[in-house]
Write a protein that binds this ligand. Structure first.
Ligand SMILES: Nc1ncnc2c1ncn2[C@@H]1O[C@H](COP(=O)(O)OP(=O)(O)OP(=O)(O)O)[C@@H](O)[C@H]1O
Ligand SMILES: [Mg+2]
Length: 221
């Protein structure tokens, strides 16, 4: 589903060069739930951003669902990302001026669907994460766990085949963290969504199909 071939990522600033990823070869199978662990700065977010076509490798290649991604600009890529990938971030990234339902509808604005259909899909996604009763709330009126559930609803509203989650439980206590984890496990098992999740939590990682460990940009397990 996601294939990385000899991926290197080098960040260059005026004074330093950082090898953020070093010869990564990774094949994430369709329907797999993969977790990624490793110390701060080892390249986890960089890896996820490259898988999510937010960032491009300095060397090596990426293919997703059999499509090789060789050009990182243009509308075609934005469309591809919008249709196939859902993102969840540690700090939620919700838009504070928009209600919960409007936040969830956002990814659908780039598609040719009627307003009514958008609303219906957003309601369905919010129902899945148990937040239909908070549709009209604004992000500032929600708890951390609820915000993260809205972010999950936004990630799944377009029915992506891949979800990329960067420490989705990092800012939550263990009860809320487990709730989020259960939602992700449900998506993986019931909808067969392929998931790649960065986590610092060994217990969360144990619940997934496979664990990849990074150290200084290299894959160690
Ligand atoms: N835009 C950038 N410019 C220069 N260096 C960067 C940039 N982004 C990341 N880096 C460097 O690349 C390395 C990997 O960063 P990355 O964000 O992938 O780490 P991480 O494993 O996600 O860490 P954390 O657990 O703290 O989120 C780090 O050493 C970081 O300083
Ligand atoms: Mg990170």
């Amino acid at each position: 589903m996601i294939k990385l071939n000899n991926v290197n990522k080098i960040y260059r600033t005026k004074t330093v060069e950082t090898l953020a990823l070093n010869s990564i070869n990774l094949d994430v199978k369709e329907g797999e739930f993969l977790s990624v662990m490793g110390p701060s700065g080892c390249g986890k977010s960089t890896l996820l951003n490259i898988m999510g076509l937010i960032d491009e490798p300095s060397e090596g290649s990426v293919s997703i669902g059999g499509y090789s991604i060789d050009s990182y600009n243009g509308k075609a890529l934005a469309k591809f990302r919008n249709e196939h990938l859902g993102f969840i971030f540690q700090s939620f990234h919700l838009i504070n001026d928009l209600s919960v339902i409007d936040n969830v509808e956002l990814p659908l604005l780039y598609r040719k669907i009627s307003a009514k259909a958008r609303r219906q899909l957003a309601e369905e996604a919010l129902t899945k994460v148990g937040l239909k009763n908070r549709m009209k709330h604004f992000p500032s009126q929600l708890s951390g766990g609820q915000k993260q559930r809205v972010a999950i609803a936004r990630a799944i509203v377009g029915k992506p085949n891949i979800i990329l989650a960067d420490e989705p439980t990092g800012n939550l206590d263990s009860v809320m963290g487990n709730e989020i984890m259960d939602i992700l496990l449900g998506l993986n098992q019931e909808e067969k969504t392929t998931i790649v999740m960065v986590t610092h939590d060994e217990l969360m990682a144990k619940k997934t199909n496979r664990l990849v460990r990074l150290f200084d940009g290299s894959q160690v397990v």
